[in-house]
Write a protein that binds this ligand. Structure first.
Ligand code: TRP
Length: 339
């Protein structure tokens, strides 16, 4: 019997908007994706259709999409173990997205807090309708694959709730075709914060350049950022996110990259200053990012291999997505096209 059939299905996505992934992306999400290849029937995509909800420079966008794929492979996604694809290569996402748009209340979509925040920042005239329906497209991504679980950060919880509501609504109106997915909110232990402002999450939008470790940066520059991370006026190395967020962040990064437990690290650094911790962690980071950059470069230097990985991924993804979409069309009463 094929054991893969028994495995729960997961789907997740990452937008190709940032160029280099940062340490928060990797430790907070991508590392989990890599682990779930072994335990789940995993579908991972680069969410390029989501990226164009805000303006993108075409050349940069295309190269960032390649870069995102290269980094996912460098991080350990294995096309033999998971289905890795680019969202726009599977047209069914946009197609199911439309059907679900027509099932979503205007008020319901208006209550999405991420949309409210982003549109408030950009101003209503510069906010696209695409950004408004972003969560509905995300629901289509998830429902097309009959995903059981969706590993996401806490900021996506509301979008997952909407996805569940839409699945249930469709199922009760037209018959059960969609699996109602569970959110799998990624563990808080991997919550990496800004090195300079350790109360905000490490993120492209909220962090200053000095507060963020870009995985593709010069390793030396990353080492320097670790060494100048904000800590506190105390000298004790102890994990205490509330009172010592900077030090706790360094311990989290250290523990996550090396697999050493935090209590063990606390013991190892007892009586030593922050300088010692930072010097060692800088080295750990350099040792991790150096081969990561090389692997990424390797994939970028071999576009044929990368393209063929994506072609296979899209083919595998489409086989599943097309079947779900056909059922949705049929249940809603669309006249079938005869070939
Ligand atoms: N919105 C997600 C984010 O910004 C990315 C994403 C798009 C996604 N489609 C998805 C995540 C489907 C999970 C499932 O993090």
């Amino acid at each position: 019997m094929d054991m893969a059939i028994e495995r729960p299905r997961v789907l997740s996505g990452i937008q190709p908007t940032s160029g280099s992934f940062h340490l928060g992306n990797y430790l907070g999400a991508v590392r989990q994706w890599v682990a779930q290849q072994e335990t789940h029937d995993a579908f991972y995509m680069v969410a390029d259709l989501h990226a164009v909800t805000v303006p993108q420079d075409p050349a940069e966008f295309r190269s960032n999409t390649r870069l995102a794929v290269a980094q996912l492979l460098a991080a350990g996604l294995d096309p033999e173990r998971c289905t890795l694809f680019v969202q726009s290569h599977v047209p069914e996402h946009a197609q199911l997205g439309w059907l679900l748009n027509c099932l979503t209340g205007f008020g319901e979509a208006s209550r999405m807090t991420q949309f409210k925040d982003k549109s408030a920042k950009q101003g209503v005239e510069r906010t696209t309708v695409g950004l408004f329906t972003y969560p509905v497209l995300m629901a289509a991504d998830i429902l097309l694959y009959q995903s059981d679980q969706v590993p996401v950060g806490g900021d996506q919880r509301q979008h997952l709730e909407l996805t569940r509501d839409l699945a249930e609504r469709f199922n009760s109106r037209y018959g059960e075709i969609f699996t109602v997915p569970e959110a799998f909110i990624l563990k808080e232990t991997a919550r990496i914060v800004d090195l300079q402002d350790p109360v905000v999450k490490m993120s492209k939008s909220a962090s200053t350049p000095k507060g963020i470790i870009d995985l593709l940066d010069e390793p030396k520059a990353s080492a320097k950022k670790i060494k100048s991370a904000v800590t506190d006026t105390d000298t004790v190395i102890r994990f205490d996110e509330e009172h010592k967020p900077g030090v706790s962040n360094l311990l989290t990064i250290y523990a996550s990259l090396t697999g050493t437990g935090i209590p063990e690290l606390e013991q190892r650094y007892e009586g030593k200053g922050y300088g010692a911790l930072k010097t060692d962690l800088a080295e750990v980071v350099v040792e991790w990012v150096t081969p990561f950059r090389e692997r990424t470069r390797g994939y970028l230097d071999d576009p044929e291999t990368l393209d063929s990985i994506l072609a296979k991924g899209a083919e595998k993804a489409r086989a599943v997505a097309a079947e779900t979409l056909a059922q949705a069309y049929d249940r809603m009463g669309f006249l079938a096209a005869k070939h």
